[in-house]
Design a protein around this ligand. Sequence first.
Ligand SMILES: [Zn+2]
Length: 270
Amino acid sequence: MAVPELIIDPGHGGRDPGGGSNEYWLEKDMVLDISLYQYKRFQELGVPVALTRNSDVYLGPDERTRIVRESGAKYCISNHINAGGGDGVETIHSIYVDGTLARALAMGIVNEGQNLRRVFSRSLPSDSSKDYYYMHRETGSVDTTIIEYGFADSSRDDVEQLRNNWRDYAEGVVKAYCEYMGHAYTPPGEEDTMKYRLVTGTFPNAIKFAEALQKVRSEFSWVIYEKADSTNFNPRYRIVTGTFTGRASAERAAEQLKQKFGWVVYIQEA
Ligand SMILES: [Zn+2]
């Protein structure tokens, strides 16, 4: 399994329903739905992704932040529903980042029809060098953004919006994240079902080729075909992968190969 780039954290769970609950939903269920939707979409788009929980289980702060820290992910999105009578989306970033990603994610939801309340960071009143929220303070070097999609007790339109449009808001975050990271993005329902395979440039001899094969096999679980097209005296050693569905996932895999090993990689229709 590739190391995830992103880990999605559905807030609360199990005996902790979350404060962003009302007569229509419990926060823990709403944010699990949002998170599972995003998890599936990121997988479709070829973005290596993980979850802190994928069912209705309780995670305490220590366990939750340990899972995030040990995931290997660079980014974490922690999904929540707000309470307190306001209206609109809020995103919260660490005091140690400039908030560009948090703003982009908020605007992704705004582009789907929600209104913007604020993008902010907050430090501990007792120690201004520490983040107020444990999801920032205790997640190490992972860049965590807390997203509050709207208010469960809004006197304005948030309750209706969240009931009707939560999938759109979840998708807005997927799209904004891909744009921020420079990942290829295709809207849902327009999934690219074309098959692609990766083909490397040629390796100069059988020994280099064998070494290269071993590297790929130790890092990735892809199906790999060895390929030595020989024209008798001039064998061409290349690595050919099994198929990837969709251009985006093939591009993502090609990028991983280039970054890890510095190889030339071609994407071919399979
Ligand atoms: Zn919450």
